[in-house]
Design a protein around this ligand. Structure first.
Ligand code: NAP
Ligand code: ZN
Length: 400
C-alpha cells in the first residue's frame, strides 16, 4: 500500500510491535510464537498429523455457465510447514462469483468451485506456523498466494503482484498444479500469510463478507483518506455497497446512498446513512451537485456514470469498484471543468484486509445476511442478479 495508507493503518497497530508482522498477524495475535511442537509424541499430535495429509474434500461446483451447482469431490494438498488447514464454516456469495461462473470475464476453467469470502476453524497447522493455533478462527479472501518479492508485494499490495497473484479460485495453482478451488467447499489449505485472523466472539457468518466486500470498500475509504464529517456517496447498495455504508459511517463520514431499489432507502438509513435517494430522483441529483468528497460505485454493470461524477466537489474522486467492464458515459469536458478523477481499485492487500477485520470487530460491524444451504447456491445466484439479496447470501457449511 502507499505510504499514506501505511501511516493510517499504523495508527491501528500496537505501539512497539513490528508493523508488518503485526498487521499480517492481526490484533488478536499472541505475543509468543505458537509452538506446534508442544504436541509432539501425543495422541493429539497424531490426529494433528492426519489433518495435515492430502485429502478429498466435498465441494459444490458448476460445470458450465448455467450457474447450476452440484456436489463434487476436490483434492486439497498436504499442508506444508507454513500452511494452515481450515474447516470452512461459512462462505458467502460475491457478485464476482457470479460474473466468473457466467463467463462474463472470459470462460473459466470448469469444474469451477467459487467462493472468496470464507470463515472457518483452523484444524491443522504446519510445524512452522506462527499465526494460528488449532481451534482458532480464520478467514480466506480473494487471494491465496503471491510472489512476495516484487515491489507491490513488498508494499503489502499482493493483489497487484507483478508476477501474478494466485487468486482463491479459477487461478493457476502454482503449488499443486491445476487450478485453485474456492470456498464453496468444506476445507481449504493455505499458507498462513494469506489466512486472516478472525477475533473470537464475532458473528462468524457476518464476518465472511468482510474478506471481499469489506476490504474492497474499506481500501478506497482508506487510500483516498475519507475524514470524519466528509461527504461520501455510495452508488448501488448490494453486498459491497452496504459494507461501504457501515464502514464509512464508522469512520464518521456523512454517507449518502444512491439506489435503484426503493425499499433500500430505509435500510440505508438504518445502516447509518444520512440520506438515500433513487437514481430517478432528479431533484436529489440536482441538490447534491458538487457536494461529495469521495464516491464509490459498486454497480455490477456499466451505466452512464457522469450523472454521479457531477456530484463530486472540485478535485475529488469517483472510485469504481463495481463493473470491471468498459466505463460508460464519462464526459471529458465535464470532468475537466470539475478536475475530477475516475479511479479503479481492486480488493486490498493482506495487511489491509486484517485491518478491516479488526476495524469491524472494534466497531461491531458485520454484514447483513441470509443463511442458505449449499443446495440453494444456484437459486441465490439468480436472486443476487435480480437485486433480491439483503445483503449477502452466506452458505452454511456446518450443516452440509
Ligand atoms: P451485488 O450484491 O449484486 O450488489 C450490486 C448492487 O448494484 C445491487 O444490489 C444494486 O443496488 C445495484 N445495481 C444497480 N443496477 C444494477 C443492475 N442493473 N443489476 C444489478 N445490480 C444493480 O454485488 P456485489 O457483490 O456488491 O458486487 C458488485 C460489483 O463489484 C460486481 O460487479 C463485482 O464483480 C464487483 N467486485 C469488485 C471487486 C473489486 O475488487 N474491485 C471486489 C468485489 C466485487 P441497488 O438496489 O441499491 O441499486
Ligand atoms: Zn468478491
Amino acid at each position: 500500500m502507499c505510504q499514506a495508507c501505511n501511516d493510517k493503518i499504523e495508527l491501528l497497530t500496537r505501539e512497539g510491535a513490528d508493523r508488518r508482522n503485526f498487521l499480517r498477524g492481526g490484533a488478536a495475535l499472541a505475543a509468543a510464537p505458537l509452538a506446534a511442537s508442544a504436541l509432539a509424541g501425543t495422541a493429539a499430535a497424531q490426529d494433528s498429523q492426519n489433518t495435515l495429509e492430502a485429502s478429498e474434500v466435498q465441494a459444490w461446483a458448476t460445470k458450465d455457465t448455467s450457474g447450476s451447482f452440484a456436489p463434487q469431490m476436490i483434492k486439497r494438498r498436504a499442508a506444508g510447514p507454513k500452511d494452515v488447514v481450515i474447516e470452512i464454516m461459512y462462505a458467502s456469495i460475491c457478485h464476482s462469483d457470479i460474473h466468473t461462473a457466467h463467463g462474463d470475464w472470459g470462460m473459466p476453467s470448469f469444474p469451477l468451485v467459487p467462493g472468496h469470502e470464507m470463515v472457518g476453524r483452523v484444524i491443522g497447522v504446519g510445524a512452522e506456523v506462527v499465526k494460528f493455533r488449532e481451534g482458532d478462527y480464520a478467514g480466506v479472501g480473494c487471494m491465496v498466494d503471491s510472489c512476495g518479492e516484487c515491489e507491490n508485494c513488498r508494499a503489502d499490495r499482493e493483489q497487484n503482484c507483478l508476477n501474478g497473484t494466485t487468486f482463491t479460485y479459477n487461478s493457476e495453482d502454482k503449488v499443486s498444479g491445476g487450478v485453485t478451488y474456492g470456498g464453496y467447499s468444506k476445507k481449504i489449505v493455505v499458507t498462513e500469510d494469506f489466512a486472516l485472523r478472525i477475533p473470537p466472539g464475532v458473528d462468524l457468518a457476518g464476518f465472511a463478507p468482510l474478506l471481499c466486500a469489506g476490504i474492497t470498500t474499506f481500501s478506497p475509504i482508506n487510500h483516498w483518506d475519507l475524514k470524519p464529517g466528509e461527504r461520501f456517496g455510495v452508488i448501488g447498495m448490494g453486498g459491497l455497497g452496504h459494507m461501504a455504508v457501515k464502514l464509512a459511517v464508522a469512520k464518521g463520514a456523512e454517507v449518502v446512498v444512491f439506489t435503484t431499489s426503493e425499499d433500500k432507502i430505509a435500510d440505508a438509513k438504518a445502516f447509518g446513512a444520512k440520506e438515500a435517494y433513487l437514481w430517478t430522483d432528479e431533484a436529489a441529483l440536482a441538490k447534491n451537485r458538487a457536494s461529495f468528497d469521495l464516491m464509490v460505485s459498486t454497480v455490477p454493470v456499466a451505466y452512464p456514470m457522469q450523472q454521479f461524477m457531477n456530484l463530486l466537489k472540485l478535485d475529488k474522486t469517483m472510485v469504481n469498484v463495481g463493473a470491471l467492464f468498459p466505463i460508460e458515459g464519462a464526459q471529458g469536458m465535464l470532468m475537466g471543468f470539475g478536475r475530477q478523477s475516475l479511479a479503479g481499485s481492486m480488493i486490498g492487500g493482506i495487511a489491509e484486509t486484517q485491518a478491516v477485520i479488526d476495524f469491524a470487530a472494534h466497531h461491531g460491524i458485520a454484514a447483513d445476511y441470509e443463511m442458505i444451504s449449499p443446495d440453494q447456491i444456484g437459486e441465490a445466484f439468480k436472486k443476487v442478479v435480480n437485486k433480491e439479496a439483503r445483503y449477502r447470501y452466506v452458505i452454511d457449511m456446518t450443516k452440509a
